[in-house]
Design a protein around this ligand. Structure first.
Ligand code: FES
Length: 278
C-alpha cells in the first residue's frame, strides 16, 4: 500500500531553461519539471521531495527542492547534466514522489523579509512569493552567472520587489557580496528577517554576517543532501550552542531530517566536525 507521503505522479512538462553550460561535471542545464499536483494538504516553501523516475532502470531517488505548487501542478527547478535521466523526462512519463519533507522557511506576514538567492537557489523563493500573504513586505536580491532568462524569475517579478545582479567575474561577485551585506544591514535596521538559498560558499558568507549583525536569518542547506531520508549520514550539519535541544548542541545533525532550513544562530558552518569517538 502506498503511504500518504509516497505517491506516483504524471509528468506534464519538462522545459530546459537558458543555455547549456560545460564544466568539470559535464554539460549541464537548468530544467523546470512540472508534475501533476499531489494530494497534499499542506507544504512549506523550503521543503523538498524525493523523486524517482518510473523508467524501469532507476532504483534511487533524488532530493529536489520544491519550486512552486499551484492548484494543478508541482514544479521543480534544478540543474543536471543534459544526458541525466531527469533531463530526459517528458510529458506522460511517471515518477514516484515522497514528500513534502523537511523544514520550511518562516513566513511572518507583518515583518520585512529579505530573500537572498544565488543561482539555482532562486527555486524555493518562487513558491515563497506565491504563498506569502503579504508579498509587498518581501524583497529579493538575486545573484546569477547566466542571463536571468535561465531562471524562473518572470512569475516572481510580478509578486515582489526584486533586484537581479550578474556575478560572472570576480569583480561582479564582489559587487554582489557588497550588495548582500548592505541589504542585510538595512533589514537589521528595520527589525526584519532574512532567508537565503544558494551554494555553500554564498551561504557561509550570509551565515557569518547574519551572526555579526544579529539579524534573524534562515539558510536552506539543500546542497548537503543525497538520500534525503536520514540513511546515508552524508549530510551532517554542526549545531551551535543555541540549538533548541541542549543535548544535541554542538553536535552534528542530519540536514535532511533536522533541516534543510536552519536558523543561522542554531548552526555552525565554520568549525570542523567532531571526531566520531571524541
Ligand atoms: S541525505 Fe542521506 S542522511 Fe541526509
Amino acid at each position: 500500500m502506498i503511504s500518504p507521503l509516497r505517491t506516483e505522479l504524471v509528468v506534464t512538462d519538462n522545459v530546459p531553461f537558458g543555455q547549456s553550460i560545460s564544466g568539470p561535471a559535464g554539460v549541464q542545464r537548468f530544467y523546470a519539471l512540472t508534475l501533476e499536483r499531489p494530494a497534499w494538504k499542506d507544504w512549506l516553501p523550503g521543503q523538498f521531495i524525493m523523486v524517482r523516475p518510473c523508467d524501469g532502470r532507476s532504483s534511487w531517488a533524488r532530493p529536489l527542492t520544491i519550486c512552486r505548487v499551484t492548484s494543478q501542478s508541482l514544479v521543480l527547478f534544478f540543474r543536471v547534466n543534459t544526458d541525466d535521466r531527469f533531463a530526459s523526462l517528458k510529458s506522460g512519463d511517471r515518477v514516484v514522489v515522497w514528500g513534502p519533507l523537511g523544514t520550511g522557511f518562516e513566513v511572518r506576514p507583518g515583518t520585512s523579509t529579505l530573500l537572498l538567492a544565488r543561482g539555482v537557489g532562486i527555486a524555493p523563493f518562487a513558491g515563497y512569493a506565491d504563498v506569502h500573504p503579504a508579498p509587498s513586505t518581501l524583497s529579493l536580491l538575486f545573484g546569477h552567472a547566466l542571463p536571468s532568462s535561465s531562471y524562473p524569475v518572470d512569475a516572481m517579478a510580478a509578486r515582489l520587489e526584486m533586484e537581479s545582479m550578474r556575478d560572472r567575474t570576480p569583480e561582479e561577485q564582489e559587487e554582489f557580496n557588497r550588495a548582500v551585506c548592505l541589504k542585510m544591514e538595512e533589514y537589521r535596521a528595520r527589525n526584519g528577517i532574512c532567508l537565503a538559498c544558494g551554494p555553500m560558499p554564498f551561504l557561509k558568507k550570509v551565515w557569518k554576517y547574519a551572526l555579526e549583525l544579529d539579524l534573524p536569518t534562515q539558510l536552506l542547506l539543500e546542497e548537503r543532501m543525497t538520500c534525503g531520508t536520514g540513511a546515508c549520514l552524508g549530510c551532517c550539519t554542526l549545531t551551535s550552542k543555541h540549538w533548541p535541544d541542549p543535548v544535541r548542541a554542538g553536535l552534528p545533525v542530519q540536514t535532511c531530517t533536522s533541516g534543510p532550513v536552519f536558523w543561522a544562530r542554531e548552526i555552525d558552518l565554520e568549525s570542523p566536525m567532531p571526531e566520531r569517538n571524541a
